[in-house]
Structures are given as structure tokens and as C-alpha cells.
Write a protein that binds this ligand. Structure first.
Ligand SMILES: C[S@@+](CC[C@H](N)C(=O)[O-])C[C@H]1O[C@@H](n2cnc3c(N)ncnc32)[C@H](O)[C@@H]1O
Length: 260
């Protein structure tokens, strides 16, 4: 098992912090991402109420997950970090606290309305409008590239992973935080019920865009997690190791790929 702050570069096999769930329905169906134009329009229309909706829907939990992602990334003071699909910038802001004044954090997203809000929240971070599938950065420019709750929304997620790996130096890390599906039966039943019945209503009530939260519900239910997502990462780019960490019964997952 890789050390939490210093991911092993020697492991060639995917490893887990906890047992991975047996995957259910999505196993046989290759994943195809959503239409990027539709996604950009959708996030443009909910941008102003996005943060409030996150707070109502998950309380402090989404911040705890992002903090775990930062800790688990092995980030060091002075590092250069790229946060892709940064939205309103919460993960980029969490990374900035760890890299300190000598470090550099860049946040990118292809929805300008989200980037405008991120810029207001953190003036010490550079935010740029950019598509994760065509990053405007040289090879090996960053120590870490991250994406939280973004990869599920990318039209070609494998291309997104490949681009993130390209801009990270060898030995650096690609960090992905994304929804999964709990393996435990009771947790799965409770979470499914919340996701189906409450999430679209609550999200719709807060943002006035119920369709966006119906999309969140259905995309989170089918997005590949655990071993399936590791397989996607391995197909997309060359990693010397990929570690997996289920969070909160597998409602979310963290993936850490060490770039070879
Ligand atoms: C659910 S939000 C996540 C935002 C933020 N990372 C967070 O943790 O709250 C998904 C974000 O992915 C962005 N996105 C989707 N596809 C993208 C792409 N191809 N390139 C860049 N950003 C993308 C959307 O614009 C949106 O801001």
C-alpha cells in the first residue's frame, strides 16, 4: 500500500485503501460522456447558485472530500498544481493552502460563468477558460493535475485524463475525485433513495434548474467507478501506479495515478 503523502511509483498494479465494491450494472456497457455543448450551457445557467446548492445537498461533506483529495495527492509547499474543470474553484483554493506562497495553482474550466465566480473567490489563483481535453499548457508543466466532480461531465473523459497526464511531470500525480456507487447494500439503498427522490427536487428548488440535478442523479448512477475507472485511466495514459480510495461508503471515489 502506498504511503498517503508519498504515492509509490513502483507499483504497477492498481491498489486500494479499502476493498473495492463488486461493480454492478455498468460493467458491460462502455461509458460515453455527455454532449459538451449541453454541459457548458447547463453549468452556465446554474453557476450563480452552484455553491449554495452544494451546501444544501451535501453540507460540509463535499469540502471534507476535497480536503482528503489534497492530503492524499502528496502535494508539497512550492508545488505547481493544475485543477481542471475547477468550476467555482473550491479544489484549487484547497490546494493553494497547501502549496503556500511559493507554490502555483492554476484553475481551468470551459464554462466562463464558473470561472468568473472562481476569480472573485480567490485572487491569488490564476483561473483560465480551457477545455480539459485540449489543455493550453506544455508537457510536464505541473506536479499535480486534479479534477473533482468534473470527469463525469467531460464528453471524452479518456482524452481529459490523457491531457492531464501529459501536462504533469514524470512522478507527478493525476488526482480524480468523482461520484461512485456504494457497494454496501444498506448504504446503497439509502443513497439511491436520496439520489433519486430528494436530490433533483432539492437541487431544482435551490437553483431553479431541476433538469441539471436530474442529470447529476442519472450520471452519478452510471459513471464507472473503482476498477472500471482505473481501467479507463490505464487506457488513457501511462501510469506507474493507480491507487483508489472509496469515500463515505463509495458515494465518492478518489483516484491517484502516478505519471510515468
Ligand atoms: C460539477 S462541476 C465541478 C466543479 C468543481 N470542480 C467542484 O468540485 O465543485 C463540473 C464542472 O466541469 C466543467 N466541465 C465539464 N466538461 C469540461 C471540459 N471538457 N473542460 C473543462 N471543464 C469542463 C463544467 O463547466 C463544470 O464547471
Amino acid at each position: 500500500m502506498a504511503d498517503d503523502r508519498h504515492p509509490s511509483a513502483e507499483n504497477s498494479q492498481p491498489t486500494t485503501d479499502n476493498a473495492l465494491p463488486p461493480r454492478a450494472s455498468a460493467a458491460a456497457t462502455p461509458y460515453t460522456g455527455p454532449d459538451p455543448t449541453r454541459i457548458k450551457t447547463m453549468f452556465g445557467s446554474i453557476a450563480a447558485r452552484y455553491d449554495r446548492a452544494n451546501t444544501v445537498l451535501s453540507g460540509p461533506v463535499h469540502h471534507l472530500w476535497r480536503r482528503t483529495a489534497v492530503r492524499w495527492s502528496g502535494v508539497e509547499p512550492g508545488d505547481a498544481v493544475l485543477d481542471c474543470a475547477t468550476g467555482t474553484g473550491d479544489l484549487a483554493i484547497a490546494f493553494k493552502k497547501s502549496v503556500g506562497p511559493n507554490g502555483r495553482v492554476v484553475g481551468t474550466d470551459f464554462t466562463p460563468e464558473m470561472i468568473d465566480l472562481a476569480r472573485i473567490k480567490a485572487r491569488d489563483i490564476t483561473f483560465e477558460v480551457a477545455d480539459v481535453t485540449a489543455l493550453p499548457f506544455d508537457d510536464d508543466s505541473f506536479d499535480i493535475a486534479s479534477i473533482s466532480f468534473g470527469i463525469r461531465n467531460v464528453g471524452d473523459p479518456a482524452k481529459g485524463i490523457a491531457e492531464m497526464a501529459r501536462v504533469v511531470r514524470p512522478g507527478g500525480r493525476v488526482i480524480v475525485l468523482e461520484f461512485g456507487q456504494p457497494s454496501n447494500r444498506l448504504a446503497s439503498a439509502l443513497y439511491d433513495s436520496y439520489r433519486r427522490h430528494f436530490l433533483p427536487r432539492l437541487g431544482g428548488a435551490v437553483t431553479g434548474e431541476r433538469g441539471a440535478y436530474e442529470y447529476l442523479e442519472s450520471s452519478a448512477a452510471k459513471f464507472p467507478c473503482g476498477d472500471e475507472f482505473v481501467a479507463m485511466m490505464n487506457r488513457a495514459a501511462s501510469f506507474t501506479s493507480i491507487d483508489v480510495k472509496p469515500l463515505t461508503f463509495g458515494i465518492a471515489y478518489l483516484y491517484r495515478g502516478v505519471v510515468s
